[in-house]
Ligand binder design. Structure first.
Ligand code: ZN
Ligand code: ZN
Length: 448
């Protein structure tokens, strides 16, 4: 402590019973500090955990939490999809709690309108990527945080191996389409995920469980399905923008703060379930349930959702086959298909890679007969459908599955638009296998 040596601090601890009355000090069971500075807190019937008092550790106080284990929180790896108003709240909470690794993604830049609701953004940030700015502000809160900001689309730009390595998946995106995408990822990996949405006075937080309970898609009605298919209509960007505008709901920083706090608390609970053999009993997870807060004449209700038979959101990919020598940049589509053929014991010609979305692989211009390669997910943003020769709009060709006969089969997977540490689902004969580009692991996840 150096020069502050003489500023001796006195720790006064008062124990209160459930009615808020002071519990008289028991001379036999008072506060004791051992030679290592470890404080033993035992008050009558109550047995507080031993606290290692370290003035350099800002999270030392969390060792006193009765429900959460500080060491579990410190080692946890949480993913958050979305860094908007709600994402700001959630990320801020995780940072204050000292979550070990915070991974978060958003492909949006900061708009002037975001400033009213986002605690981490400033006027000078307008036009910059949301995740980049959020990371800078979180680092100011605590320079020791392990932050991984990704300016990326959660469905197409992040390898599923990243999600597979997370303890907890949370999403605060604002579109039905992105929620369905995240639900499918969670289902494929057999993981639950936390979801939140906000209105002006109301908000909701849900714990979807594609593996065994109700999932997000179980709760979708026709109106939501219609919405799902609207936003990314290709070759119709002005319409998509207009629809986005109409769909923009009034929200407030108050509903974001309330739901962001609840989601963060559920995420901490889920973290204990993910990292502990037997998590504390009181940390019960509301799998397949949704909390809804109506703010007008305030009420909070727990909605138990039913798992819908035939719901398309439950497809679990089973065991993931790790391929340590495969990487996005160093492995071709042919090598991937041939490895699947070996594992499935079929001819490579019988293997197909199911994409789960339409992949644009080629553009053709009717105006000047130009034809060229262009690899991009059909539902992705920022489609560039211009003819590279005459500039008029070219027609894209799509594929939903890739095979060894494809003309681009000898291109590396990265050239086709697949991210590092991706997991692919391949079918052949009567079987199927999920193969991961595990060779990308060290680069993507970092060396711990
Ligand atoms: Zn479902
Ligand atoms: Zn042309």
């Amino acid at each position: 402590m150096g020069s502050e040596e003489d500023e001796e601090e006195e720790i006064i601890v008062i124990a209160l019973d459930d009615d808020g009355n002071e519990i008289p000090e028991d001379p036999d069971e008072g506060l004791s500090v051992d030679a290592d500075g470890v404080v033993d807190l035992t008050f009558g019937e109550r047995d507080f955990r031993r606290m290692e008092y370290d003035s350099d550790d800002r999270f030392a106080i969390y060792k006193l939490m009765a429900h959460f284990r500080e060491d579990v929180v410190r080692e946890g790896r949480i993913f958050c999809a979305g860094a908007g108003a709600l994402g700001n709240e959630v990320l801020k909470n995780f940072a204050l709690l000292g979550v070990g690794e915070l991974w978060f993604a958003d492909f949006d830049d900061i708009d002037f309108s975001n400033l009213a609701k986002s605690v981490l953004f400033r006027p000078s940030d307008v036009g910059r990527p949301k995740v980049q700015v959020a990371a800078e502000r979180l680092a100011l809160m605590d320079p020791d945080l392990h932050l991984v900001p990704m300016s990326a689309d959660i469905r197409y730009d992040i390898g599923m191996g990243v999600y597979r390595r997370m303890d907890v998946l949370t999403s605060v995106v604002d579109s039905v389409d992105a929620r369905v995408g995240f639900n499918r990822i969670a289902a494929a990996l057999g993981k639950p995920w936390l979801d939140a949405g906000i209105g002006e006075l109301s908000w909701r937080v849900a714990c979807w469980d594609p593996a065994g309970g109700a999932c997000y898609e179980c709760t979708m009605d026709d109106a939501m399905r219609y919405q799902q298919h609207l936003p990314y209509a290709p070759s119709c960007a002005p319409l998509a923008e207009a629809i986005k505008e109409i769909q923009r709901q009034p929200t407030s920083p108050l509903s974001a703060a309330m739901s962001g706090a609840m989601l963060a608390q559920e995420a901490l609970k889920l973290l204990h379930h993910a990292r502990m053999e037997s998590p504390p009993e009181e940390l019960e997870m509301p799998f397949g349930q949704q909390f809804y807060f109506g703010g007008a004449s305030p009420y909070l209700e727990t909605q138990v959702r039913r798992r819908a038979e035939g719901c398309e959101g439950h497809e679990h990919w089973g065991e993931i086959h790790e391929e340590p020598s495969f990487t996005a940049e160093g492995t071709t589509l042919r090598q991937l298909l041939e490895r699947a053929a070996e594992l499935l014991e079929v001819d490579p010609k019988a293997v197909s890679l199911r994409l789960g979305f339409d992949l644009i692989h080629e553009l053709y211009c009717h105006g000047c007969n130009w034809r060229g390669e262009y690899f991009y997910p059909r539902r992705g943003l920022n489609l560039d459908l211009k003819c590279r020769q005459c500039g008029s709009e070219a027609r894209p060709d799509y594929k939903r599955a890739l095979r060894v006969m494809d003309r681009f089969v000898d291109r590396p997977l990265a050239d086709l638009g697949f991210p590092k540490l991706q997991i692919f689902l391949l079918y052949g004969g009567k079987g199927r296998v999920a193969i991961e580009l595990t060779g990308d692991e060290a680069e993507v996840m970092g060396v711990k």
